[in-house]
Write a protein that binds this ligand. Sequence first.
Ligand code: FAD
Ligand code: DHB
Length: 388
Amino acid sequence: MRTQVAIIGAGPAGLLLGQLLHKHGIDNVILERQTGEYVLSRIRAGVIEKVCIDLIDEAGVGARMHQDGLIHDGVQICVDGVRHRISFKDLTGKSVMVYGQTEITKDLMDGRAAIGAPTVYAAYDVALHNIFGETPHVTYRADGKNHELQCDFIAGCDGFHGISRKSVPPNAITAHERVYPLGWLGVLSDTPPVSEELIYVHHPLGFALCSMRSPTRSRYYIQCSLAEDVEAWPDERFWEELKPRLDDEARERLVTGPSIEKSIAPLRSFVAEPMRFGRLFLAGDAAHIVPPTGAKGLNLAASDVRYLSHAFIEHYKEKSNAGLDRYSERALARVWKAERFSWWMTMLLHKISDNTFEQKMQLAELDYLFRSKAASTAFAENYVGLPY
Ligand code: FAD
Ligand code: DHB
């Protein structure tokens, strides 16, 4: 088999890239290790920036997102039982949208099926060959047979645990990492959200987040230790841990119910540099991870895909490699700013240390954030997404 761009991974980055390339007549094949059902069962991000919305529109799969997505003009931050609101609209003129990653993935999968572009699910033992040569290719196993896919370029969109980044010689890549000693325990439930806007909670018991997927579906997270086992968290225990972290109004409005999904995600900051190796280009979580606090993971994957899709289009349509040559530098400039914001928001809102000086620093910074228009504006600008 031969294609122009071999895409590894059918998460949001791979599917979005495939759809954008197809629109411009660029052939691509996606190889995904999991089944489609498994990919759709992963509950992940919930907040998308305007740039991500625009890209989903550009890919031609935005109809359901505009119908069901919830526009949020601001966010609430609750500090030790007192809630404060930061208005994105007033401070930046922009908003964000609450629309789950699962729905985006489904829209992209449906879009891909509609155009008949090939995706190989349950593709095992994917291996990348000759990435620094003129004729890269990818081998894999599917339906009990060995396959070889020849291509011009490989897009590594296979997430943090994927094979693409690991295929690069160690001396060609530099990793920057920070692992936080905590995780998020998340619950999805078919209960109405406590508030019309997201509430990020700073509390002596630990961080919490009240989010949502729709007016009848809530997503809650509480900070937990990395040693926690999700099996040790029956629903009742989760709600009992969440309640004392909320303000009185939210506590009164909280409707509990059975969880329909429960999982633990570790918190990590990670960046691999560069993002291009010969004919291999990394995009999304394959190249970088942010702790989820700033809701940036999915949005960063989309911004990489924007740069990379434009670069491929330039290569095939205008016979120019300028975009491909600048891809890594341009993507990383945006990545590092989102890494900074996610790290800052994580350190600000979680119970990280028993050191009372550090706790006082958090409270002083939060007080400044709420009182200073400059500080709130900086927060809002980053949350809604920095310009390209
Ligand atoms: P992924 O979504 O990871 O997709 C990569 C795909 O590649 C997967 O389908 C995987 O199966 C496939 N793959 C992996 N290895 C191979 C291989 N060897 N061969 C073929 N295919 C392969 N972000 C937020 O903004 N908010 C959140 O609340 C949030 N929660 C998260 C919770 C968890 C548990 C995780 C892991 C991430 C979370 N994120 C969150 C981050 C966000 O979901 C990611 O940034 C986003 O999924 C990145 O998309 P991606 O396409 O780059 O990678
Ligand atoms: C959600 C996840 C986040 O990491 C975040 O910052 C906001 C919302 C969510 O899953 O809804």
